[in-house]
Ligand binder design. Structure first.
Ligand SMILES: Nc1ncnc2c1ncn2[C@@H]1O[C@H](COP(=O)(O)OP(=O)(O)O)[C@@H](O)[C@H]1O
Ligand SMILES: [Mg+2]
Length: 244
């Protein structure tokens, strides 16, 4: 399978005097895969996600070295609006992502910045809401929705730009069993429709939906596991990793 993203020797710290957060990371993300990035809290997963979507260094400053290539091109050469049409992200804190008074305004927000016509934007909002089964939420206030509904709206706001790669930072973490199943099915559906998913998570059960699991420890890539090996062996390997 072709790689859609390649991270080459990426290192990062938030300031000159701050500790190294990402340490010489090399990673490949296969096109059309669900690739999980896992590791203990504080190991640098969200920071890596900020780098992969260009938020670091374009919005959040710091000291970066190395490269992130999207389809062979350095993402640094692209503007943030261009990049958002290729690599979308649902941030770990979904409440920070949703800030408009209605769900349809959230979905329309990014396409509105592309100077599309009213009709084109309406069409995108309809299609994305239908794809995620949230047409009934369109006029609701996102801040009043359940955790699962908020995640769906955040995913919808990202899908409105039709990116090839979607980074989901801990979207399953605070959901009950029913909503978790719902979002997992959405993730699998996105993969079936050709998207590449990067799923940041630390629950072993959630990680099992991935094709590949990348394990991070203290800012470094520790291991790469293809999820085609024996389930029990894999479960034990992941348990050992999270325990030590
Ligand atoms: N804006 C920031 N400024 C300085 N340090 C930060 C900032 N954001 C995160 N960190 C630090 O970077 C480290 C990695 O954090 P993070 O990427 O959020 O890890 P994870 O997502 O794996 O929990 C932590 O030590 C955290 O305190
Ligand atoms: Mg995080």
């Amino acid at each position: 399978m072709k790689n859609i993203l390649e991270i080459k020797n990426l290192s990062f710290k938030y300031s000159e005097a701050a500790p190294v957060i990402l340490d010489s990371i090399n990673m490949e993300i296969a096109e059309g895969s669900i690739t999980a990035i896992a590791g203990l809290s504080g190991c640098g997963k969200s920071t890596l996600a900020f780098c992969m979507c260009g938020a670091i260094p374009k919005v959040i400053s710091g000291i970066v070295s190395g490269n992130i290539m999207y389809k062979g091109e350095d993402i640094n050469t692209k503007s943030l609006p261009t990049l958002a049409q290729k690599i979308g992200i649902v941030f770990q804190d979904v409440d920070n992502q949703l800030f408009l008074p209605t769900v349809d305004a959230e979905i329309a927000f990014a396409p509105e910045n592309l100077c599309l016509s009213y009709e084109e934007i309406e069409k995108i909002v309809q299609e994305v809401a239908a794809a995620l089964g949230i047409e009934n939420l369109k006029h609701k206030n996102p801040s009043l929705l359940s955790g699962g509904e908020k995640q769906l709206v955040a995913i919808a706001s990202v899908l409105s730009l039709n990116p090839d790669v979607i980074i989901l930072d801990e979207v399953l973490s605070e959901l009950d069993k029913e909503n978790k199943t719902l979002i997992i099915n959405v993730i699998k559906g996105l993969q079936t429709s050709g998207k590449t998913i990067i799923l940041i998570d630390h629950s072993i059960k959630n990680l099992m939906i991935a094709d590949t699991i990348l394990l991070m420890k203290a800012g470094r890539l520790e291991d790469r596991i293809e999820v085609d090996e024996d389930y029990e062996l894999l479960y034990n390997k992941l348990s050992d990793f999270f325990l030590c």
